[in-house]
Design a binder for this molecule. Structure first.
Ligand code: NDP
Length: 275
């Protein structure tokens, strides 16, 4: 049984919260600030942001307004595609720290594997790790072939790969590869950007426990051993999404949801992203 503060140990020993708030598309600064503050007040202990989301400042402000200690909240950010390369990543990281108004990150990711650059980007992330400016290294949207290429030059394997993952895109092969290599998976768009929220099969499973479709999906992620970061700006949904720690899906429920996979993406495929 998990709780809102449950963590998963990364291969460097750092404990990463299994559940957090995603903050993509929180466009207005007030909206972002309010959502982040609400989540932290609700008990969330992790926030997933990125330079690209243009709300790192609000993450920092929300954290301070919540009165929580910096060391009690796990903050992830990402280096954007136009800032990739070794020196560029180091410079982008400085801006990220400044925007967040903090002196370290818990996890820093390469946002997308920009061809010809992602290994240099990761080398800079390793330097930040060596300098103790980040507690863990990671990547996002890396397919098996990107990871294999990365391993040829990396000193330390990334601790996390953040990928699009939900019941309609279960990414079994990539997940197995990451598991074999000790890389923890974070599921982005865990609710399929809202597009899995009409699913009748998941609805019927959730009804057995008095849970919504969103809650049932979040529970499926947790029981599948994914880190899960649902996004919402709506206060009652921020609470609803966290109210998933008092029930457990059966093995049969899990198998039924696993069968819903149809390799359907709602975001870009990493091999076809227009960088
Ligand atoms: P999600 O799968 O988290 O879905 C978010 C959508 O679902 C929003 O429209 C939200 O609406 C709605 N929603 C949330 N909770 C509920 C609920 N309980 N009932 C009904 N609707 C709900 O999508 P995201 O794409 O935002 O993914 C989550 C996070 O993953 C991002 O915020 C970001 O941190 C990360 N991400 C990373 C990417 C990468 O390339 N590494 C790419 C994309 C996302 P509302 O907000 O209006 O309440």
């Amino acid at each position: 049984m998990y709780s809102i503060t449950s963590t998963k140990k990364l291969h460097n020993g750092i404990e990463m919260p299994r559940f957090g708030l995603g903050v993509y598309k929180m466009d207005h600064s007030e909206e972002a600030f309010n959502a982040i503050k609400k989540a932290l007040d609700t008990g969330y202990i992790a926030v997933d942001t990125a330079a690209f989301y243009k709300n790192e400042q609000q993450v920092g402000e929300g954290l301070r307004a919540s009165g929580k200690k910096r060391e009690d909240i796990f903050i992830t950010s990402k280096v954007w595609n136009t800032d990739q390369g070794y020196d560029e990543t180091l410079r982008a990281f400085e801006k990220t720290l400044k925007a967040l108004n903090t002196d370290y990150l818990d996890l820093y990711l390469t946002h997308w594997p920009v061809l010809e650059k992602f290994r240099e980007t990761y080398r800079a992330i390793e330097r930040l790790y060596d300098e103790k400016l980040i507690k863990s290294t990671g990547v996002s949207n890396h397919e098996i072939h990107h990871l294999e290429k990365l391993f040829t030059s990396a000193n330390i394997k990334p601790m996390v790969n953040q990928i699009e993952l939900h019941p309609y895109l279960s990414q079994v092969e990539l997940r197995n590869f990451c598991k074999t290599n000790g890389i923890v998976i974070t599921a982005w768009s865990p609710l399929g950007r809202g597009k899995v929220l009409q699913d009748e099969t998941i609805k019927a499973i959730g009804e057995k426990y008095g849970k919504s479709i969103a809650q049932t999906i979040i529970r499926w992620h947790l029981q599948s051993d994914h880190i899960v970061i649902p996004k919402s700006v709506t206060p009652n949904r921020i609470e609803e999404n966290a109210n998933v720690f008092d029930f457990e899906l059966t093995a049969e429920d899990m198998a039924t949801i696993n069968e819903l996979n149809r390799n359907e993406r709602f975001g870009s495929h990493p091999d076809h992203f227009k960088f």
